[in-house]
Design a binder for this molecule. Structure first.
Ligand SMILES: NC(=O)c1ccc[n+]([C@@H]2O[C@H](COP(=O)([O-])OP(=O)(O)OC[C@H]3O[C@@H](n4cnc5c(N)ncnc54)[C@H](O)[C@@H]3O)[C@@H](O)[C@H]2O)c1
Ligand SMILES: O=c1ccn([C@@H]2O[C@H](COP(=O)(O)OP(=O)(O)O[C@H]3O[C@H](CO)[C@@H](O)[C@H](O)[C@H]3O)[C@@H](O)[C@H]2O)c(=O)[nH]1
Length: 435
């Protein structure tokens, strides 16, 4: 199938690369010239395991190319995916500016019948709006059909998720669009849910909101466990073994971040407001998450009289491991608060340092290893559970920190692992272990 993908970011690039790997002829169109130049050279602008290999393989076998030019990129393409960003506006609603621009560009340059597929996460009714808007802007006498195909990949395992996801959702009110999209997606050999446009759009928001709620719920139970002498790791294990609950997304920590959960929960709340329907559960999911991000700083302030002049090693800054993405990372709020308290910060992240330097304060010194960050610091704080941070031996904290005190925002160690190791250990939802 001849396919164009508009927007070569985390979703568009992974989608384009994976569709080309299935044997489709794919052109990715992006307005970012630097990104397109890199991609043409076979270099991935994002860190995703396995992506560079598939990118290079499919460029070489002639199945995949990149352009900044809509006319060239859309030529002969039967299916056009839209995967541009839909960030949040100040009032929490989804910003459709990039969708509107992409729609207008497609309408201006498309000269043949095509199926338009929205991959971007958009509010209910947006696919119908895209179709109407595009039809009003078309410059040729052609027919467009529309489908919604929301994306469920996770950053850090995006390629794996594309080939191994739990389901693929296709929404369309058009028979041909549904048939063609089903045909394309059969290549992934995953269960396919066929539905209407608005239900497909809602499935995406509802899934993210549910997962975010699961995280906020377990974080509340963690905080209460801590105050009542329970251990959240045991609690989550015992809960998760109930198949109706499930063990995934029950890891307590410093709250969810990333490019999706924060903006999608807010967008859903905003959609509720627009139709005059309040959503107290979701509202409190967001509230609990904001509170949770600050919890590690509260613990430090409780432990020390003041953080003024304290040298703190920050271990991990990305919003989760295996990604270089800093969007809505809890480290943004946490490092800001620590600096406001007068602390000196030395940070380490194996992959996100370049992006972090553009977002976090210039006052933070970045190092290239856990060792370097920890040596000479007073205390250490784990914010992202990267493998090398998770497996950094406790005896080294004891050796390198002036006070062997570790604040673990991601519960990387079990309480039993820490006991008797000479490290004072503060974590989330579990008792503090004295050195
Ligand atoms: N990141 C994720 O894990 C994820 C997962 C599922 C769904 N989504 C959704 O997918 C969409 C894309 O997210 P992302 O993280 O890939 O965004 P991103 O910011 O990484 O990438 C968006 C890309 O679109 C390009 N772009 C913007 N306007 C354009 C235009 N008019 N024409 C061509 N290119 C244009 C940008 O240059 C950028 O490269 C969002 O709606 C998001 O909510 C994201
Ligand atoms: O038990 C858990 C699981 C996750 N998190 C945090 O939740 C955030 C999001 O994690 P994850 O869902 O793994 O990453 P994303 O790449 O943001 O993926 C989510 O958002 C995407 C964008 O919509 C969806 O496609 C995915 O299905 C959905 O999992 C991160 O900050 C994690 O640290 C926890 O605190 N506890």
């Amino acid at each position: 199938m001849d396919i164009a993908v508009i927007g070569a970011g985390y979703v568009g690039l992974v989608t384009g690369v994976c569709l080309s790997d299935l044997g489709n002829q794919v052109t990715c169109i992006d307005i970012n010239e630097e990104k397109v130049a890199m991609l043409k050279r076979g270099e991935s602008p994002i860190y995703e395991e396995g992506l560079t290999e598939l990118l290079q393989k499919n460029i070489q076998r002639g199945n995949l190319d990149f352009t900044t030019q809509y006319r060239e990129g859309l030529a002969n393409k039967r299916v056009i995916y839209i995967a541009v960003d839909t960030p949040q506006l100040e009032d929490g609603s989804a910003n459709l500016t990039y969708i509107n621009k992409a729609t207008a560009s497609i309408a201006e340059h498309l000269d043949h019948d095509a199926i338009i597929v929205t991959k971007s996460t958009v509010p209910m009714g947006t696919n119908e709006y895209i179709k109407e808007r595009m039809e009003s802007l078309l410059t040729h006498d052609i027919t467009i059909k529309i489908a919604s195909n929301p994306e469920f990949l996770r950053q850090g395992s995006a390629v794996y998720d594309t080939f191994n996801g739990d389901r693929i959702v296709i929404g369309s009110d058009d028979e041909e669009a549904m048939r063609v999209l089903t045909e394309i997606n059969e290549g992934f050999n995953l269960p396919i849910v066929q539905t209407d446009l608005r239900s497909a759009e809602m499935i995406k928001y509802a899934s993210n909101a549910f997962l975010a709620t699961k995280i906020s719920f377990i974080n509340e139970i963690a905080n209460l466990s801590e105050k009542t002498g329970a251990n959240i790791q045991h609690v989550a294990k015992g809960m998760g073994m109930d198949k109706r609950i499930g063990s995934a997304f029950l890891n307590a920590g410093i709250g969810y971040g990333g490019s999706c959960f924060p903006k999608d929960t807010n967008a859903l709340l905003s959609i509720g407001e627009q139709v005059n329907y309040s959503m107290p559960i979701l509202k409190n999911t967001v509230y609990t998450n904001e509170r949770q991000k600050g919890i590690i700083v509260d613990k430090m302030l409780e432990r020390f009289d003041s953080l003024e002049g304290k040298k703190i090693a920050i271990l991990g800054v990305a919003f989760k491991p295996n990604t270089d993405d800093m969007r809505e990372a809890p480290s943004i709020l946490i490092t800001k608060r620590l600096l406001e308290e007068g602390a000196n910060l030395r940070a380490y992240d194996p992959v996100a340092t370049v992006n972090a330097k553009t977002i976090l304060s210039e006052e933070i010194e970045f190092t290239t290893s856990v060792d370097e960050a920890v040596k000479g610091a007073d205390v250490a704080v784990i914010l992202t559970e990267w493998e090398d941070i998770k497996h950094y031996p406790l005896e080294k904290y004891k050796q390198h920190l002036s006070h062997p005190i570790l604040f673990d925002g991601r519960n990387c160690f079990t309480v039993d692992e820490v006991k008797g190791q000479g490290v004072e250990y503060h974590s989330i939802g579990r008792p503090t272990i004295q050195a």
